[in-house]
Design a protein around this ligand. Structure first.
Ligand code: ADP
Ligand code: MG
Length: 303
């Protein structure tokens, strides 16, 4: 069979049937530093593969590079060197990637209703300058119902609670028929029922083999709910099933400087991540809920 025939043509870009869903090879990311004499690396020497339908938790302290990794895979950011491939080609142009940025990076000021946000997920299918058909509206309302948000359809996105907004953005990815879902700290600031609601939605995606990457600080949930855990601190400290990745030694290595170690019963250790707002302060950009575009903001010398 020719290569062309063996490539499955799936929405927008060829998916190579033999390729990993996501593959990074020796990826390095360095941001322009405020101190021009020093290069700082957000990610170094990252190499890994993720396969079809895997659900992966990405954990690591603030500044570990979790958001940077999500942006690389979403195709918003190019690596300084190395390669990022989605189904065998660069991530740009893949309409199968649903990306939900960290809440602090989303611009909620734009007047847009919930159903309009979800309909924007259909743009890749409909084309930019065509009107949605009745079938598209029906998909939008079906997706809102899948995340239990039908009653929010006509509300402004900015009016919703954090948990409701996360569900709406997941509905948008469902409407997009995303095969890869990137969720950057969707649990942050949510109460327990809202967090559970998100896990129920993710469980519902398993039969469809949607590949999920979810960044979180919640080590217990990472251990409980995911196939593999990626422990990140600029470098890949571990990437394996939870019982292998989340060992005290690996956690110490990833969180050193961000935690205190307290040895407990049965080899359990207690971690306290010294949370600070550096993370948000460092995010020089916002994501538009309307068209999914990213705008970087120049950082000034004095911050
Ligand atoms: P995490 O999401 O794990 O907290 P990030 O990916 O946001 O980590 O950040 C990784 C590192 O890259 C941090 O040191 C952060 O300061 C830096 N960084 C992130 N975004 C930018 C940016 N736009 N400009 C400069 N540095 C950045
Ligand atoms: Mg982050």
């Amino acid at each position: 069979m020719s290569t062309a025939l063996s490539n499955l043509r799936l929405r927008g870009i060829h998916h190579q049937s033999s390729a990993s869903v996501i593959a990074l090879e020796n990826v390095i990311v360095s941001y322009p530093s405020v101190n021009r004499n020093r290069t700082t690396y957000a990610l170094e020497a990252l190499t890994f593969q993720i396969e079809h339908g895997e659900q992966i938790a990405v954990v690591g302290p603030n500044g570990a590079g979790k958001s940077t990794l999500m942006k690389l895979i979403a195709g918003i950011l190019d690596p300084s060197s190395g390669s990022v491939e989605v189904y065998g080609s660069g991530p740009g142009g893949h309409i199968c990637i649903g990306y939900v940025p960290q809440r602090s990076q989303i611009d909620f000021s734009f007047p847009v209703t919930v159903e309009e946000v979800v309909m924007m997920g259909r743009v890749g299918k409909i084309g930019l300058f065509r009107w949605p058909k009745r079938e598209d509206w029906s998909i939008v309302h079906d997706c809102l119902s899948r995340v239990n948000a039908s009653d929010l359809a006509r509300k402004q996105i900015g009016e919703l609670s954090g948990g409701q907004q996360q569900r709406v953005f997941i509905a948008r990815a469902l409407a997009q028929e995303a095969e890869i879902l990137l969720l950057d700290e969707p649990l942050a600031g949510l109460d327990v029922p809202s967090q559970e609601a998100i896990f129920e939605i993710l469980e519902g995606l398993s039969p469809d083999n949607v590949t999920v990457l979810l960044a979180t600080h919640d080590l217990e949930r990472a251990a409980d709910k995911f196939d593999r855990v990626m422990l990140l601190n600029r470098r890949l400290v571990a990437f394996d099933k939870p019982s292998v990745a989340l060992t005290p030694a690996n956690l110490m290595s990833a969180y050193s400087g961000h935690m205190h170690r307290i040895d407990g019963d049965e080899g359990r250790i207690l971690l306290t991540d010294e949370c600070h707002d550096q993370d948000d302060a460092d995010q020089a950009g916002t994501w538009s809920a309307v068209d999914g575009t990213w705008s970087e903001v120049e950082k000034s010398e004095d911050g």
